[in-house]
Write a protein that binds this ligand. Structure first.
Ligand code: MV4
Length: 449
């Protein structure tokens, strides 16, 4: 086991990782930008190193600065959290070259999954269902041929994209060439890679993801699904475990496919396979996230597994602490609500000082947050300032508990999405779990008309 872990992140996830590190009897090193000098992760860690000015490029994405911080403090492992450098295969390799244990998956698997075209090919090879689609489209003639073969509507996606960036949904043949051209230039600008591929467009799907983990001894396991259909512009707002939309037979197939997928690529550490679940209960691989996810706590609450501790154990060469697949049923129901400092109507970020704070508590309540009274939410980073996660016997009681927490939570200073969360949770569609990836957009359109 390594002895000192540098946490290359900020905010609530830096705290989450530092907590696991401390519980395992290890030392922690925080890194921070000058905008985060007053941040809790700096105070919680055993040591802290300033790595640069507020812009992420110059601090939390600055590989040489982070490696130097590890060397100066004698850290022997790096945990990247989520976002920032967490899916950067090159960073993982640099860590390894510098004799720092990378607390994450094999860089080759990160690269394979980072390219959505090679990811599709790998999944097909592993016998995981994918939607009818293509590789990189090279000519306009090819573009039209593929669209005719697959049938409209189709979706064009950037090979280097992910998380919904650079997608074009095409219902009309006349738009194909134009949207492809625009897509390519947007992809080139955003990712430095213009490659686009096509898939059949799946209408009103649910977004279901499977938590997986592998160790360095060839053990592979899943820890069930999360229902993540409640998103706004590809940002998840509410996540749950388990999904109430998944018939047991489909759950069995889906989790088995996810375990097949990671065993076929020799994946280790934790990861998530994202699937689209269509209206007929068929599922298709969408993408794999080779990192810990924001919504990991809902899985922790229904499985009792500490996923960050698991990551540290796996990176240290220890076997998975949970073997077997689906042998233990999820216990109860968990719901996570993301609290953002933003205008509740326009969703524009709303940085500023927290002047009053009261966090919810009581049975079955977990709050993962880095904010405190007097803390100033900087404008340089993500607007998510807290996650309220509840656990109860079943979905109906978990919703009541979640709703009670929203009433207890007081954040003064910046405006937050609390009013939006309350309205969402009070909607009949949410109550009935009658949701798909278009739910939030329809809900907003309706409440505005
Ligand atoms: C799709 C899709 C339907 N059909 N692909 C969105 C994020 C990225 N992971 C891929 N995404 C999707 N890919 C096919 N072939 C639907 C989504 C999707 C989505 C699309 C529009 C609006 C919201 C969405 C939320 C989740 C997934």
């Amino acid at each position: 086991m390594f002895r000192k872990v540098l946490v290359a992140n900020r905010g609530e996830i830096a705290l989450r990782v530092i907590r696991a590190v401390r519980e395992m009897g290890l030392e922690s090193v925080a890194v921070y930008s000058t905008a985060d000098a007053d941040a809790l992760h700096v105070k919680f860690a055993d040591q802290a190193v300033c790595i640069g000015p507020p812009p992420s490029r110059q601090s939390y994405l600055n590989i040489p600065q982070i490696i130097s911080a590890a060397e100066i403090t004698g850290a022997d492992a790096i945990h990247p959290g989520y976002g920032f450098l967490s899916e950067d295969a090159e960073f993982a390799e640099v860590c390894q070259k510098c004799k720092l244990t990378w607390i994450g998956p094999p860089p080759e698997a990160m690269r394979l999954m980072g390219d959505k075209i090679s990811a599709r090919a790998a999944m097909q090879k592993a016998g995981v269902p994918i939607l009818p689609g293509t590789g990189t489209i090279t000519t306009e003639a090819e573009l039209v041929e593929h669209a005719e073969r697959i049938g409209l509507p189709v979706i064009l996606k950037a090979a280097a994209g992910g998380g919904g960036r650079g997608m074009k949904i095409i219902h009309d043949r006349a738009r194909l060439a134009n949207d492809w051209a625009t897509g390519k230039s947007e992809a080139l600008a955003a990712f430095g890679n213009p490659d686009m591929y096509m898939e059949r467009y799946c209408e009103r799907p649910r977004h279901i993801e499977i938590q997986v983990a592998g160790d360095r001894h060839g053990n592979y396991a899943h820890r069930g699904e999360r229902e993540c259909s409640i998103q706004r512009r590809h940002q998840k707002v509410i996540e749950e475990a388990p999904s109430v939309a998944l018939p047991e037979a489909v759950r069995e197939e889906l989790t088995a496919a996810a375990v097949r997928a990671i065993s076929s690529i020799g994946y280790y550490n934790v990861g998530t396979l994202e699937f689209l679940l269509d209206r007929d209960g068929r599922f298709y691989f969408m993408e794999m996230n080779t990192r810990l996810q924001v919504e990991h706590p809902v899985t922790e609450l229904v499985t009792g597994v500490d996923l960050v501790r698991e990551q540290l154990r796996i990176a240290a060469g220890e076997p998975l602490s949970f073997l077997g697949n689906g042998t233990r049923k999820p216990r109860g129901h968990a719901i996570e609500m993301r609290i953002n400092a933003e205008d509740p109507d326009s969703f524009a970020p709303w940085p500023g000082r927290i002047t009053a704070l009261h966090l919810p508590g009581g049975p079955g309540v977990r709050v993962d947050t880095h904010i405190y009274e007097g803390y100033r939410v900087p404008s340089n980073y993500d607007s998510m300032i807290a996650k309220v996660i509840v656990h109860d016997l079943d979905r109906a009681s978990a919703i009541r508990r979640a709703r009670r927490c929203l009433d207890e939570l007081v954040i003064e200073g910046p405006r937050t999405n609390l009013p939006f969360l309350r309205r969402l949770m009070d909607s009949p569609e949410y109550r009935a779990a009658d949701v798909d990836t278009g739910f939030v957009a329809r809900f907003l359109a309706q409440s505005r008309s």
